[in-house]
Design a protein around this ligand. Structure first.
Ligand SMILES: Nc1ncnc2c1ncn2[C@@H]1O[C@H](COP(=O)(O)OP(=O)(O)OP(=O)(O)O)[C@@H](O)[C@H]1O
Length: 374
């Protein structure tokens, strides 16, 4: 069952605009993540889809059915919460059976369906355990079983992994993804954790201050962020954002930044023909910077500076490098294959080329390379 949000807004108490004019689509059988910092409106959006909060304006559709006016019970949705919300004194079996008992289904049907869930979630061995004795990960699997056993049209996950420790997180996110794909579940995932959103979802909607910033596949968001907010929110370490200028000399467009001048490729130049902007922000991912070879390649720019800090990350070193030139300074983070012999205070030359850099309008933060193509 697909989910559509059409111009959905939510205002609390006539004042706080939590969600503004939101248009979103989650196709049948896919998982859409709502991602953003605290207060961006993702929980409010989930609650409106669930029917726990009313929309102020706009309409929500499940397939061809408008649901905004329906109470939660009439929407055939299931929710999985961050704190599991299980009955601690009941067994695994009884927790999963609970929603079916509420519907007074025949005993045989209940047993069949709960057994199916126990198999699917590999909970058979602990079926008679009281849930309070289980690990967080096992409790969350029980909660997922309880959600799925009713065969909902839509399943809503509200920060489902946030109380788990690191290895349980990784295990359960794989488990949820496997279930979501094999069962073809139409799902919305609310999270503030980009790693979770990237690992689990087909598409990610990034929100800030109640406004949708961009929606797309994890790859699209990584490669072509719509603006500087998305650019720094997706990717770790975050994308470098450095002030720069565009200057046309003869037929070539040059990018001039702190300590470098880079002729842009004809392709990038063509994408920028309609741009009058000269002040830009260059977006450069730390993993797209390398140590400069002795003879830089054509179309490669080199920035020279001093290592301010080195963070050793096993197979790579993240270097924070201070670049100083023409009275300006910039601090750049570079994720370099390592381990390197570079230490704080060392001189270093960093190289990058124009293939994977982004350019944003210095005033609006909009991606200049994609905005006009869109
Ligand atoms: N019941 C409410 N009454 C008034 N304001 C609210 C209410 N619920 C949320 N808000 C406000 O709406 C905005 C969006 O909140 P929301 O909880 O949807 O954001 P969020 O991104 O889910 O954040 P978090 O992860 O912290 O829950 C915030 O400014 C919040 O203070």
């Amino acid at each position: 069952m697909s989910i559509f949000l059409n111009g959905v807004s939510k205002t609390y108490g006539g004042e706080v605009v939590a969600v503004r004019e939101l248009d979103l689509k989650c196709p049948t059988g896919q998982m859409l993540a709502l991602l953003g910092p605290s207060g961006c409106g993702k929980s409010t959006t989930l609650k409106m889809i669930a029917g726990i909060e009313e929309v102020t304006t706009g309409e929500i559709w499940f397939g061809d059915r408008p649901v905004s006016a329906l109470p939660p019970g009439a929407r055939n949705i299931a929710m999985v919460f961050e704190d599991y919300a299980l009955y601690a004194h009941l067994s695994v079996f009884e927790n999963i059976a609970f929603p079916l008992r509420l519907r007074h289904l025949p005993k045989r049907v209940i047993e069949e369906r709960v057994e199916g869930m126990l198999d699917l979630l590999r909970l058979g061995d602990i079926r008679d355990e009281k849930v309070r004795k289980l690990s967080g990960g096992a409790q969350q699997r029980v909660a997922i079983g309880r959600a799925l056993v009713r065969d909902p049209d839509v399943i809503l996950f509200d920060e489902p992994l946030s109380h788990l420790d690191a290895d349980q997180k990784v295990q359960l996110r794989t488990e949820i993804k496997r279930l979501q794909q094999t069962q073809g579940l139409t799902s919305i995932l609310v999270t503030h954790d980009q790693t979770e959103a990237i690992a689990m979802s087909d598409a990610i909607a990034v929100m800030d201050h109640g406004v949708l910033q961009q929606v797309g596949s994890p790859q699209e968001l990584y490669e072509t962020p719509a603006n500087t907010f998305v650019a720094t929110f997706i990717g770790e370490p975050p994308m470098n954002l450095l002030p720069a200028r565009l200057a046309r000399k003869s037929d070539v467009l040059f990018l001039e930044g702190t300590g470098f001048t880079l002729p842009l490729s004809a392709q990038k130049g063509a994408a920028l023909t309609a741009t009058n902007t000269t002040d830009v922000i260059m977006g450069l991912r730390p993993e797209h910077i390398a140590l400069a070879p002795e003879t830089p390649l054509e179309h490669q720019a080199v920035m020279r500076g001093e290592v301010f800090f080195r963070e050793h990350r096993g197979d790579t070193d993240v270097l924070l490098v201070d670049i100083a030139a023409d009275g300006t300074t910039a601090r750049v983070s570079a994720d370099i294959a390592g381990p390197t012999a570079l230490r704080e205070g060392a001189s270093v030359a960093l190289a990058f080329d124009d293939r994977r850099l982004s350019l944003f309008d210095a005033e609006t933060g909009t991606n200049l390379l994609t905005a006009r193509a869109a």
